[in-house]
Design a protein around this ligand. Sequence first.
Ligand code: SF4
Ligand code: SF4
Length: 317
Amino acid sequence: MQDHDERFKNLAEDAPFEHSPVMPTMLDGDTELKFRCHRGVKCWNACCSNIDITLTPYDILRLKNHLGISSGEFLQKYTVPYEIDKDGTPGVKLRSVDGGTACQFMVEEGCSVYENRPTACRYYPVALLSVRRSDEYVDRLSFALVKEDTCFGHQEPDTQTIDEYRAGQGAAEYDEKGRVWRQLILKKKSAGPAIGKPPAITNQLFFMVNYDLDRFRAFVISESFNKTYDIPVEEMAELIADDEKLLDFGGRFLRHVLFNEKSIEEKDGAYEARQDRLKAKAAAIRAEFEANRDQIEDEKYCAPPGQPGDCGCGSES
Ligand code: SF4
Ligand code: SF4
């Protein structure tokens, strides 16, 4: 409870909209929550009729297995991509029904995927926040309350702590499995411009490893991956057979590749070969720039034809 207001004093300013239903107060797990959602409440299904739900990698794993489809098919049918931050870190949200705002999994009785519903649905009306202070190495979970006029669960007399509510919703497993992903996003944000502005290929890799698990599996068993990484046979067998192990491995793999946190054995000479490839690529880009330097300079400084400053080269830039 101590210095919440100090630690999170910017939260109100950071609220997404002027009239955001997210209350600008950070809450602990032992905060009392007065709330109950049940079939008899008059707003039944109101929250699922107008969705804005970010999916974690573990949410996708659970839902695609519940539906018995591949991650690629799931992404195509049930999600929309979005950018988590200004550096283009990719995220995915649940896609609503065609031409409407309701969740595709909503049925009259409630949620048709209830036992595998996403983290955000388990938490509602609590918002899960992953925060890291500048003087801390690890993130911590904190919470906020979402109070929407359409939700009458707040008028029910039942009370419990936020931690009790989370336990009742089976949130612990989802928190644990989503942790690496949340940390990666925080770390990307705080890593500064060198890592914060990744090339498109890096974001594509981030997307595949986190959200398109079946494609990541195909990558892990590919020849090119195995030329570089030295994965013991037993571990490789587990990665092929077990989605959760593969997702955990994906987190390690991204830390290895994005932040140079060496946790995966590389084959002899693989690092050097990768450096050589990068150097060759940089040299090719430099050579192309030098070859086109005159034209680039002209294009940069020439005014459009007919305008003052036009040198007559025909450039329209
Ligand atoms: S997944 Fe279930 S709980 Fe979540 S919005 Fe859809 S219907 Fe509602
Ligand atoms: S709007 Fe609130 S009370 Fe109503 S169904 Fe949704 S969570 Fe339950």
